[in-house]
Design a protein around this ligand. Structure first.
Ligand SMILES: [Zn+2]
Length: 169
């Protein structure tokens, strides 16, 4: 009878071995000699083929699945980092916002999506996150972005926001 605490570990090792074929003789049985984690959350495994005894390494990287983005017309698409980046860059044209700052905004959004347990998210969630970030970075970029991405109902709120800014300035 299997001891449950051991069973999982054995199965995992077996999976590791059968997942990888020897690149020299294509034998399925390989032995893991050592496992080294790398800085990006992956692991490098040194292996030896049980058949020809040649050695090779494999790299495993964790794959994170981002939630699908639900567009306004109801269709779904993959999160498009470049698209978000483009939108922010346009809003920041000729503003004192560095490429590095823009990158950080997009990275933050990507991380939030990775950490989300949702399978799908409406596109406005991303728009809102961008708006919140731009609000702190640059007021003009924020208004530009918001005026393009906010639904019409919110344009009045936006006008109030502009009035508030004018009063403050
Ligand atoms: Zn081999």
């Amino acid at each position: 009878m299997d001891t449950p605490s051991h069973g999982g570990e054995l199965l995992r090792n077996k999976e590791l071995q059968t997942d990888v074929n020897c690149p020299f003789c294509h034998n399925e049985e390989t032995r893991v000699l050592d496992t080294t984690p790398d800085l990006r959350g992956g692991v490098r495994r040194r292996r030896e083929c049980e058949h020809c005894h040649k050695r090779f390494s494999t790299y495993e990287r964790p794959v994170t699945t981002l939630p699908l983005i639900i567009k306004q017309d109801g269709t779904r698409e993959e999160f498009d980092r470049e698209k978000v980046l483009r939108g922010i860059r346009i809003a920041c044209t000729k503003r004192p916002v560095s490429a590095d700052q823009i990158d950080k905004v997009v990275n933050g959004i990507e991380t939030a999506l990775k950490e989300s347990t949702r399978q799908e998210l409406p596109a406005w969630v991303i728009g809102d996150m961008v708006i919140e970030n731009l609000k702190e970075l640059d007021q003009v970029a924020y208004i530009r972005y918001a005026s393009v991405y906010l639904p019409l109902d919110d344009v009045k709120a936006l006008r109030d926001e502009i009035d508030r800014l004018l009063l403050e300035g």
